[in-house]
Write a new protein. Structure first.
Length: 274
């Protein structure tokens, strides 16, 4: 009887240890690198053909010109999301999977290289446990890094605004709740964000994009210490986008505005489906 009792106790202890191991080994739920990201194409406005004008000599001709000039400070990505939820091992083998019928979640973009970056690209994979909204200091530093002139209409600070100009819908970045009042340093005024156009029209509901940081602070060159920035757009589900077509995401990203600049900024994308 003593042997049976000892065996029972040992089994109970082993089961408890196994259960504890499963708890401690549980992976955190965070945004991940997309399985695939396929480039489809691009579009912009403008052309090299001149507009013909021919009028009678001897007169002063009054002319009004309207132009939608392509900005040199920004680029954008739009598209759709497909995929599945799956319970998988490290090799991608699924014990069960579910097709996603309704898209919800966020798409993130950061200029910080996961490995091997330097200068302003050295931040690494974001620390999702520390994600919060960027404050005005971070926004203005980011603007300076991209050489945006603050007073110009398409500068970063005139694009991403807070207060009455933007009201963020709360969401989870991994397991971290982000709200319109969770701004690094406790700065008042809310998160800095923007609404992308819908049907070629300004609007204030869908297509929210917000500037975040994971509070990583580092020397980005020549003693210039700045916080890493993450651009996040809330996924929509088959909603009309800027050109009256249906999309799941629209994201606007800053570019170097230096005259004659030939380099482009590489961004690293992460996605979280909820």
């Amino acid at each position: 009887m003593a042997t049976k009792k000892t065996t029972t106790i040992l089994l109970a202890v082993l089961m408890a240890l196994a259960a504890a191991a499963l708890v401690w080994a549980a992976p955190s739920i965070e945004p991940t690198q997309p399985s695939t990201m396929t480039y489809v194409g691009n579009s912009t406005i403008g052309g090299q053909s001149g507009i013909e004008q021919s009028h009678q000599r001897g007169y002063i001709h009054y002319v009004n010109i309207d132009e939608s000039a392509p900005t040199q400070k920004w680029k954008a990505y739009v598209g759709n999301v497909t995929g599945e939820f799956a319970l998988q091992d490290a090799s991608g083998n699924a014990i069960y999977d579910w097709n996603i019928a309704t898209i919800t979640g966020e798409l993130y973009a950061t200029k910080e290289a996961p490995t091997g970056g330097s200068g302003r690209f050295q931040g690494g994979i974001p620390d999702w446990t520390a994600v919060t909204c960027a404050n005005s200091t971070i926004v203005y530093d980011e603007e300076s890094q991209f050489n945006h002139t603050a007073a110009e209409e398409d500068s970063l600070r005139n694009t991403f605004k807070n207060g009455n100009n933007f009201n963020l819908t709360s969401f989870y970045a991994g397991e971290k709740l982000v709200t319109d009042s969770t701004v690094i340093g406790g700065e008042a005024g809310g998160c800095f964000g923007a609404y992308m156009n819908k049907n070629n029209t300004d609007q204030f509901t869908n297509w929210q994009e917000v500037m975040l940081t994971d509070a990583t602070y580092e020397d980005e060159g020549a003693g210039d210490y700045d916080y890493d920035v993450i651009y996040a757009t809330l996924l929509e589900n088959n909603v009309y986008g800027f050109d009256s077509r249906l999309y799941d995401f629209q994201i606007l990203l800053p570019e170097v505005a230096t005259d004659g600049a030939t380099t482009v900024t590489t961004y690293y994308f992460y996605i979280e489906l909820t």
